[in-house]
Write a protein that binds this ligand. Structure first.
Ligand SMILES: C[S@@+](CC[C@H](N)C(=O)[O-])C[C@H]1O[C@@H](n2cnc3c(N)ncnc32)[C@H](O)[C@@H]1O
Length: 280
């Protein structure tokens, strides 16, 4: 396995993913009872944006660096930036928090996070990051296996975030569909958020046809494209498929997506917010 998220941290795809993640966490916070989050592909938790690795690709330059100092953005985007700023108290953008850190920052004292990471080195860094946080358990191992072993959680409400590296390209979708089926069978009311890359749209069609038949109440697609989706050679954009999304997630995201497309887009940017399946 060669994937290292440090090369991509803070890029346009991370921005979209973490804005959506924050919106879901905020919806979970609206009720007093504790929630549970399973982060199946957690990464190392925090990424240095000013180092050799990040500078090799500078992907964050096309993402968080474009937004960091802006004001007057839609409220959700402003709250997301506050989280990133909280990780950078000196003012300059030096580090970028990953999904487990963003989640832990949003959790109350009785909420719980299990973060899985397969790469031993990444898992070690993640374990160290959360060593004094009793709300967080880090597991070095396969996150898909945790869907089977940890669901349903005792809290009975919460989120499963699935953010794989797609090293096996489109074959990953079969594994994902299987995990979503397993998860929904064990925990039908959980929220499931899956991140997916967009290169050429037509390669995604088969996956969406199958995903529409998953036994969830509803499914929302959220996408941000910084280029047209017509070449397989680069990451033109990305999306999240959210099963059983919280109430009004769509209206919360609606004002944010055009702003992200305008600020992060490069050539003919676009966005999409569409129900793949809607509650009847
Ligand atoms: C896209 S990165 C995760 C980024 C993270 N979710 C975030 O938003 O900050 C994917 C991670 O999954 C890890 N990984 C790959 N296969 C895995 C598996 N089967 N189970 C758990 N982690 C895996 C990789 O080592 C990598 O750190």
């Amino acid at each position: 396995m060669n994937y290292r998220h440090a090369f991509h941290a803070g890029n346009h795809a991370d921005v979209l993913k973490h804005v959506v993640l924050l919106a879901i966490l905020e919806a979970l916070e609206r009720k007093d009872s504790p929630f549970f989050v399973l982060d199946t592909h957690a990464g190392r938790g925090r990424y240095l944006l000013q180092g050799e690795q990040a500078e090799k690709t500078s992907e964050a330059q096309g993402g968080i660096f474009k937004l960091f100092v802006l004001h007057g953005l839609p409220a959700l985007l402003q709250r997301y930036l506050k989280r990133i700023q909280a990780d950078n108290p000196v003012g300059a953008l030096i580090t970028y928090p990953g999904s487990p850190l963003i989640t832990a920052q949003a959790m109350r004292s009785d909420d719980r996070l299990v973060a899985c990471e397969l790469q031993p080195e990444e898992a070690h860094v993640l374990t160290t990051l959360f060593q004094s946080d009793r709300r967080v358990t880090v597991r070095q191992g396969d996150g898909y296996a945790a869907v089977k072993s940890l669901l349903p959680p005792k809290e009975r409400r919460g989120l499963v975030l699935i953010d794989p590296p797609y090293e096996i390209q489109d074959d990953e979708f079969a594994v994902i569909l299987n995990a979503l089926k397993e998860g929904l069978a064990r925990w039908p009311t959980g929220i499931y958020a899956l991140w997916y890359p967009i290169k050429q749209r037509r390669t995604l069609n088969a996956f969406f046809r199958k995903a529409a038949n998953l036994p969830c109440k509803s499914a929302l697609m959220v996408e941000l494209l910084i280029h047209p989706d017509d070449t397989p050679l680069r990451l033109n954009g990305s999306g999240l498929l959210i099963l059983n999304p919280p109430w009004q997630l769509d209206t919360e995201l609606a004002p944010v997506l055009p702003v992200l497309a305008r600020l992060l887009g490069e050539r003919h940017p676009s966005w999409r917010l569409e129900w793949l399946k809607q509650e009847t």
